[in-house]
Design a protein around this ligand. Sequence first.
Ligand SMILES: Cc1ncc(COP(=O)(O)O)c(C=O)c1O
Length: 392
Amino acid sequence: MRVYFDYNATTPLAPEVIEAVTRATRDTFGNPSSVHRFGQEAKAILDEARSAVAALINGDPSEVIFTSGGTESDNLAIRGAAEALEPTARRQLLASAIEHEAVLNTVKALARRGWTVAHIPVDQAGIVAPAAAQDAITGTAALVSVMHANNEIGTIQPVAEIAAAAHARGALMHTDAVQSVGKIPVDVRALGVDLLSLSAHKLNGPKGVGALWVKRGTRMQPILTGGKHERSRRAGTENVPGIAGFGVAARLASAKLAAEGARVAELRDRLENGILARVPGTAVNGARERRVPNTSNISFDRVEAESLLIALDLEGVAVSTGSACSSGTLEPSHVLRAMGFSAHRTQNSLRFSLGLFSTEAEVDFVVDVLPRLVAKLRGLTERRSPQPLARG
Ligand SMILES: Cc1ncc(COP(=O)(O)O)c(C=O)c1O
């Protein structure tokens, strides 16, 4: 059996998406900026996808900018807003301590160019307290960036409350919703944000395509300069086949959101409860109630997470030790560290993330193989470094 439980890294494409990408690649090669019919057919694909993406987040199609993915969307939001506000006295950027590297390394780069950067802490459950955000946001804040759902532990952040605090100080509010869009309802108006990032490959769409939603009237400079594509906010000929697939993925996500959310939550809970019951020395990381329905991050006491990941891979099971970008580096998770966990716990945690094609049989298979693998690894560790005998 081969089991893919790494949907937060990327997702398999829905068959309808493959069909749309193939059709657009084969039949609609025109440049959407061209005036002739070939171009207009390509433009019609962009228009349809823009409406689908806007509908998924309750935005207006005119507010959707297509990008090359979540990383570019985060860069455009932060760098674009920072550049627009550079002439003003607003020189502070804020980000939560558990943001994706696409946000953290972008504010870090801007710090080297003279911006003041502050990180908003999270509690032990992996959630930003609105009061902590309020304390950190000063009157010179330009932009606050707090993700909607965390990629490693799945916790959902109080974005609406933080947006209100940011606006009260005159700052813009950005949220990286790459891990929430398609999993839970995302409504840009209810969240009260100015900028929201999303990525197609996290919702059964193709890689290399994403979007930034920009509230009408928000001041933002382009970071890619060139032609007048995307209303002069992102230059470069659009990735028409990728965007066609993104549009179909967005429509599918809208149609299935409630039913899929409930189905996947049930599977995730079956997996989590099965592991907690059958493997001693395990604990869930992050708030269990306030999470996206597909994610479970579990600590395995006295086990090196990388070793367990490899042992699972040999059994055909794909999981992750955290964010895909830092896997293979043995860097302890910055998310678990920010939650105040010990060095050991930041290195013994695995992320299981489920999705569209996950089944009960896969869950039961993983729950069956794990106790043996964990016992074996603990046995190996203990043989290498025997515990001192208790004196009594
Ligand atoms: C929260 C979050 N933001 C941004 C990204 C980057 O998205 P992309 O891979 O489309 O560049 C990811 C992907 O891992 C993510 O999980």
